[in-house]
Ligand binder design. Structure first.
Ligand SMILES: [Zn+2]
Length: 225
């Protein structure tokens, strides 16, 4: 009962910041795409990119991952270049590796990680490279439950040094949050809003979506304004 109440609370908080996203159009699994991304496949439709991630997360939840299995031909493709279909900005937390919870292989997603999934000039540089030169059509900002970085900011922890620089950024994002869940969603929301203004993102009409990974269920919920 307690977990159900918590789920309702989290869902309600989500809805304060995002409406639940529904795929645009009918992206059929058999029509335009394989079960998973192929190493030499360049994806230009963010709906398909999102579907690959949704399918991968479902495999992870059901414990039927394809894992990072590449044949010789696919390995050779990746020596020649890369075609990641999405950029994922997420937390450095060792429990939230996106290649694992999205069940993706080498060459599939371009990952930028730091504590608290924030976007500073260095993170922007990585994102701009992926958008400008690799033409990934989708950018996800994935926050997660039990986030220590956001928790530290929420508790106004004073840790000093470079850690404090991270906390100070998150503190600005989560102003007047009443609980940790709300702070986590506000942080995701703020990062998404900031990234949408980036020149490369605007120029290439990259789709930017916030998402939330739940350590308890293993599921990723995708949200859009
Ligand atoms: Zn975290």
């Amino acid at each position: 009962m307690k977990s159900f109440v918590n789920l309702l609370k989290i869902t309600f908080t989500f809805m304060l910041f995002f409406s639940i996203y529904k795929l645009k159009g009918d992206v059929s699994m058999t029509e335009n795409m394989s079960q998973f991304h192929l190493t030499d496949e360049r994806v230009s439709d963010w709906n398909i990119a999102l579907k690959y991630l949704m399918n991968g997360n479902q495999r992870f939840i059901e414990s039927i991952p394809i894992g990072n299995v590449l044949n010789e031909s696919e390995k050779n493709n990746l020596i020649d270049g890369q075609n990641p279909f999405a950029v994922v900005l997420t937390c450095s937390d060792s429990r939230v590796a996106p290649e694992i919870y999205f069940d993706q292989r080498h060459g599939d997603i371009f990952v930028v990680r730091n504590a608290g999934n924030i976007c500073d000039s260095i993170a922007y540089g990585s994102i701009e490279y992926a958008v400008e030169h690799l033409r990934a059509p989708l950018l996800l900002v994935v926050g997660h439950s039990h986030c220590g970085a956001v928790s530290g900011a929420f508790d106004n922890a004073q840790l000093g040094g470079n850690i404090q620089k991270i906390l100070d950024i998150i503190v600005d994002h989560i102003e007047s949050s009443e609980n940790l869940e709300e702070a986590i969603f506000k942080n995701i929301y703020k990062v998404v809003e900031n990234i949408k203004k980036n020149e490369s993102i605007v120029k290439h009409e990259t789709m930017v979506i916030g998402a939330y990974y739940d350590l308890v269920t293993g599921s990723v919920n995708f949200f859009i304004e």
